[in-house]
Design a protein around this ligand. Sequence first.
Ligand code: ASP
Length: 411
Amino acid sequence: MNKKKLPLAFWIFVGLVAGIAAGLALMSVPDGAAIANAYIKPWGDIFLNLLKFVVVPIVLFSIASGVISMKDISKVGSVGGKTVVYYMCTTAFAVMLALIIASVAKGAGLFPPLETSELQYTPPEGQSIMTTIVNIFPSNAVQPLANATMLQVIVISLFLGFGILLAGDKGRLAGDVVESFNEVFMRVMDLIIKLSPIGVACLICPVVAENGPKILTYLISVLAIAYVGYVLHMLLVYSATVSALGEISPLRFFRGMAPAMMMGFSSASSVGTLPMNMECAEKLGARREVTSFVLPLGATINMDGTAIYQGVCAIFIASAYGIDLTLGQMATIVLTATLASIGTAGVPGAGMVMLAMVLQSVNVPVEGIALVAGIDRIFDMGRTTVNITGDAACAVIISHLEDKKDARKKA
Ligand code: ASP
């Protein structure tokens, strides 16, 4: 699996280098930036259009099928409930942490506005919190899909998933259709991701032609901030929860998790790391019946690292366009990124597609993905490591709680 994926990462990197080189070359040509915008950017725009087009079906089907995959919750009773609560709370915390450290970085001048020739930003009209909340709930089943109103699409897919679960036998056909479309659109997403090398080259070239090499230092900053977020989240949240709820020392936890973390880092795929993650979690004392439910579910719906990446990139991209996000917009990001993690597939590059959705939800130009797309793999390696570590932390904790419950019953 790795062997197949790595060449794409390599080609994306080649695309990035080629795009930067072409951008630098165009800088020295009179009207170079205009030429880049007129003849190279459109190809990048095609790639972005494809990313935008796939977001709605991906969210609709993958979140619904994420909910359907929780059908065993009733079977596993309290384990299921606790798992989902842990996953959702840690993900929401991850986005908040990301927004805080990225805002601090922005305040320190690390994320300055860039020259973007086509500023497409329309500031959202001032809205009260209540109106924002009311607007999350669609009054029409089709419009949100057509307009890509992401929070409403998420609500529709959650209802769809729960409806299918509640319909039992009669809902099975709908469930199969959703699963099948989910599979189909995952393949479509795969095809679009395969275009990344060309897309990345054509997107970064005009940006470099306009901004010059200083853009590269900003990229290093945003990458560094994301990694600070990854490390902080693991140290704060996983250390605290495994020691307080799982009664296992953080040092032992991270030492035991090292093989799976390295595997996650190199493969950038939670799903690919699943077998190794199960082994590590079980060596740390997690029960088989818990890992076999909690870890596959986590690889499907729990993405703390991805949420951190989305929070940091949202602030970085908004700032590149000279946009100051309001508290309300940040709250929207927390909500969308947390729910988006249900719909993010545990495969390389999926988080970047979902970033398009997060940006759309707060009206930040999706074009901004151009800035970070070229180095997505480096973000992805870190975020996958966090994703799988969070899944294992949950498995260890839930197992321990179950052990305690059993001991109490016996006593
Ligand atoms: N690659 C990540 C994972 O497998 C998902 C993402 O792209 O954020 O967990």
